[in-house]
Design a protein around this ligand. Sequence first.
Ligand SMILES: *Cc1c(COP(=O)(O)O)cnc(C)c1O
Length: 369
Amino acid sequence: MKTTIPLARPSIATEELEAVEEVMRSGNLAQGREVAHFERLFADYIGAKSAVAVCNGTVALDLALKAIDIKPGDEVLTTSFSFISTANSILFQGAKPVFADIDRRSFNIDPNDAAAKISRKTKAIIGVHLFGHPFDLTTMREICHDNDLFLIEDCAQAHGAEYDKKKVGSFGFGCFSFYATKNMTTGEGGMITTELARVADVCRLLRDHGQSSRYVHTILGYNYRMTDLEAAIGRIQLEKIDELNKKRAENARYFNTHINLHGLSLPHAYGPVTHVYHQYVVTTEEDVLDRDMLVKYLNEKGVGCGIHYPSPIFRQPLYRRLGFSDETVNCPAAIDVADRVLSLPIYPTLTNEELQYIVRTINDFPASG
Ligand SMILES: *Cc1c(COP(=O)(O)O)cnc(C)c1O
């Protein structure tokens, strides 16, 4: 059997095509009624007072930090193990990212290490619900409350994930991405969710040239708007997100039941959470399985796989150049985990045959290589 199963595949159907066509025919392509409608629906879904749509998830993080007035000289704590834009959003403000280590089981920010790295300059914490697994919101909220810090949730990988039966993005300032590979997509797109009307207002100003009314520019703003075309896709995707997430969880359950390669640890949900499996990330046990050999083998067999992420953020050349070193950052778990993780296809449109093929291929891995 010659198969090629990609690592990710968006779930787009005729409803999305029809919604886009309707906007195309309406003559209003840029930010308009569709964006406002999508914002209302998304805020209601998350259980937040306001939602502000922007052109991508990186911009959502950038504007959230600007809205809470993060400045040069400030420190913002964040996880050492995420996509680069989480930490870059701190650099955009001229502020200093301070990296916390991770919990090896959930891959999420370790609250104890975060608390230990708080200084007088710390203003906020950005936690990431990595791979769709909510971070420890109980402890992180306590830490933020006790130290008077803002909490930002990077929800780019966790649309619909829950902690204590509440949606992520409703605890702190939620920053979402609708990039093509995320659990729901608009192609490119992002959203900020918040309880604070003041923060939502500032984000709305910042995304549209600081324009408080037509051609009146009260602050320095940007063009970070979402289009009505994207919002129309988002509205349809939002109707499907629970179903799509359910399918991801079912696929994860199937893998957890059937994959049994010696030396391979499988992902689980820890704590009062609903995991939405943006990625299904397995970990190879040191001295038992060689991660890179397994990647090579899976590629040969046509099973797409990825490494999220091959390096902690502070080891990226950019951060090295800025003076971050293993010694000063001190995140040994993130360094170790980056060498052993491997993401398998988990998206909702995987067929039963594809699921079975993935399991069979992994279980047949010749352990000696
Ligand atoms: C995708 C992603 C982002 C950035 O979103 P874009 O829409 O690609 O700009 C930020 N943080 C995390 C954790 C992500 O996975």
